[in-house]
Design a protein around this ligand. Structure first.
Ligand code: AMP
Length: 114
């Protein structure tokens, strides 16, 4: 199956502004930011979406959220607040079929989302 753009970023076949990396997670700036700070965190291992992660890889959920906490501190968002979002499937607004967590901040964010 063809690689997603995020797999290409993991494999360094596509460029990204990478902010954080560990054994399991890569974090990079969203190319079309929806807030002054908009960062994507992805597991390096491919899973299409939140609902597709099997039990044997559930530890990736912890890795994603812990990395988001680190990147929020690294970027100063922990001081002003931030939002974490996962878009899952068509109604969720998912456009890239590789599980990713959006970290958004740098301005007050409206609620509810559109
Ligand atoms: P979603 O709609 O939740 O699937 O989010 C996909 C996100 O990936 C969008 O916010 C896009 O702007 C972002 N995106 C797509 N291609 C790239 C890329 N090459 N580098 C960084 N972000 C990207």
């Amino acid at each position: 199956m063809a690689k997603t753009i995020f797999e290409k970023i993991v494999d360094r076949e596509a460029k990204a502004d990478i902010l954080y990396e560990d054994d399991h997670i890569l974090a990079f700036r969203d190319v079309a930011p929806q807030a002054p700070t908009h960062i994507l965190l992805i597991p390096k291992k491919h899973h299409a979406r939140h609902g597709a992660v099997p039990p044997e890889d559930h530890s990736l959920f912890t890795h994603l959220f812990v990395a988001a906490q680190r990147v929020a501190r690294q970027t100063g968002l922990d001081k002003t607040g931030y939002r974490l979002v996962i878009n899952n499937g068509p109604d969720g607004g998912e456009t890239v079929p590789h599980l990713h967590l959006h970290l958004l901040g740098g301005r007050p964010l409206a609620w509810p989302p559109g």
